[in-house]
Design a protein around this ligand. Structure first.
Ligand SMILES: CC(C)(COP(=O)(O)OP(=O)(O)OC[C@H]1O[C@@H](n2cnc3c(N)ncnc32)[C@H](O)[C@@H]1OP(=O)(O)O)[C@@H](O)C(=O)NCCC(=O)NCCS
Length: 421
């Protein structure tokens, strides 16, 4: 074998040949090397699946969904078209898109009891916690969703989830505002309807500015999938037990809720506010270089080049500000970026703006409070989670996720009665 690895076990002097396929070895093959296993906290160098959905080249700054560059999709596609692409592997024909749009639009309403469940949350409940709980509750409204081996049934649940996510997110937002929930308007597009459910007051029809609708489409497209990130992995891990997709996606929402995953754009806003004026930037940068703090919105585990999503968001920022007026923090962000991109510290560490550097500025201009930022991310990411879930349940090679451990605790102790401890 030429595509192979020869491992010499110095404990025994034995040599073992292990096949290399697609730049990987199978961890299970290592068992024959004296029962060897791999140890990889955080899965930094372990592939957990074969996937045909999203391709990332972090060195080159490339992101593709099903082979289509993110730049082309953001510019020319709609979010629902991208959902179809992620789920089906191909761009839809106009008939297919019309059918898909019809199906999603048909399912935007929530059962009234989900609404009652949501009204039961405290007045200050975090909208992300409300979103996670409501999605998980959907599994009790659609018990047939547990029949995951039936493709038609899967399609129905996938359609429902993509349709209902904006309704849940908008209800959660209205709840935090103490405002009445607004029902979907199925005469509107996916994003225009979401804006209506968020911001409609007493007017008969809520008409969102087309430029803001387009910006939201772009933001959702940019967040739609990002291969095996923390939340996709959570969906796959929970889904590997063959539970229904609502429960699996609720796990993904839970993972996204964490500050290391979905919360960085809020941190960027706080940082920009703290810097306050462009005069304070040099002092701030010095502090970062001395290791006192991080430049939030810069750096990425995978991208060692300009995050392609950040470039697109920067452009969308300009379009949104045309409508809403310029967020004064933009000037600080732009100056900060300019200085950082020329500074040896950031250049040598390959630290470039990531997707979160500008997204918080747009969300704020669209009048979202910071607690809603992660909910927006979750709505955009739902097709990605579902595409990953679908790929998982149709992949014959997948098994229930069950990692090994290195046991470091005590062994074989005698039980001590409580009065003798
Ligand atoms: C995203 C992130 C967690 C990636 O971390 P990572 O891949 O583990 O990279 P490391 O932490 O090993 O960073 C490598 C070096 O760059 C530095 N670095 C990384 N991100 C930095 C940042 N945002 N500001 C300043 N220095 C940074 C590290 O201190 C380290 O320097 P050293 O080699 O002198 O020790 C990290 O870049 C970060 O915390 N960024 C800010 C938060 C953020 O924007 N998160 C959103 C990600 S989409």
């Amino acid at each position: 074998m030429t595509d192979s690895l020869t491992i010499r076990d110095n404990r025994t002097g034995e040599e073992h040949e292990i096949e290399i396929v697609d730049g990987t070895i199978r961890a299970a093959d290592l068992k024959k090397v004296g029962g060897l296993a791999t140890y990889d906290p955080g899965f930094v160098n372990t592939a957990s699946c074969r996937s045909a959905i999203t391709y990332i080249d972090g060195e080159q700054g490339i992101l593709e969904y099903r082979g289509y560059p993110i730049e082309q999709l953001a510019e020319q596609s709609s979010f629902l078209e991208v959902c179809y692409l992620l789920l089906n592997g191909e761009l839809p024909t106009s008939d297919q898109l019309a059918q898909w749009t019809h199906d999603v639009t048909h399912h935007t309403f929530l059962h009234e009891n989900i609404k009652s469940l949501m009204t039961g949350f405290r007045y200050d409940a975090h909208p992300m916690g409300m979103t996670m709980s409501s999605i998980s509750a959907l599994s009790t409204f659609y018990p047939h969703a547990s029949n995951i081996s039936d493709p038609e049934n899967r399609y129905l649940q996938i359609t429902r989830m993509i349709a209902k996510m904006p309704t849940i997110g908008a209800f959660a937002y209205r709840h935090s505002q103490g405002k009445p929930y607004i029902y979907p308007d199925n005469g509107l597009s996916y994003c225009a309807n979401f804006l209506s459910m968020l911001f409609k007051m007493s007017e008969r029809d809520y008409v969102a500015d087309e430029r803001l609708v387009k910006a939201l489409e772009v933001l959702f497209i940019l967040h739609a999938d990002h291969e095996q990130n923390c939340s996709a992995n959570a969906v796959r891990s929970v889904g590997s037990s063959q539970v229904d997709p609502y429960s699996a996606v609720a796990a993904g929402v839970g993972a996204l809720y964490g500050p290391l995953h979905g919360g960085a754009n809020e941190a960027v806003l706080k940082m920009l506010r703290r810097i306050g004026t462009t005069d304070n930037i040099p002092g701030f940068i010095e502090g970062v270089k001395e290791g006192k703090e991080k430049l939030m919105g810069f750096g990425h585990r995978v991208y060692k080049n300009y995050d392609p999503r950040a470039k697109i968001i920067k452009k969308a920022t300009e379009d949104v500000f045309e409508v809403t007026g310029v967020n004064p923090l933009l000037k600080i962000a732009q100056e900060l970026e300019k200085i950082a991109l020329e500074d040896e510290y950031f250049v040598s560490r390959k630290l470039y703006p990531n997707v979160d550097f500008y997204s918080g500025l747009i969300y704020e201009a669209l009048q979202f409070p910071p607690e809603m930022f992660t909910v927006l991310f979750a709505i955009g990411r739902t097709p990605g989670w579902l595409a990953q879930w679908q790929e998982l349940v149709t992949d014959k090679e997948q098994k229930i996720a069950r990692p090994k451990q290195i046991y470091t605790g005590e062994r074989q102790r005698e039980f001590v009665p409580i009065d003798q401890r």
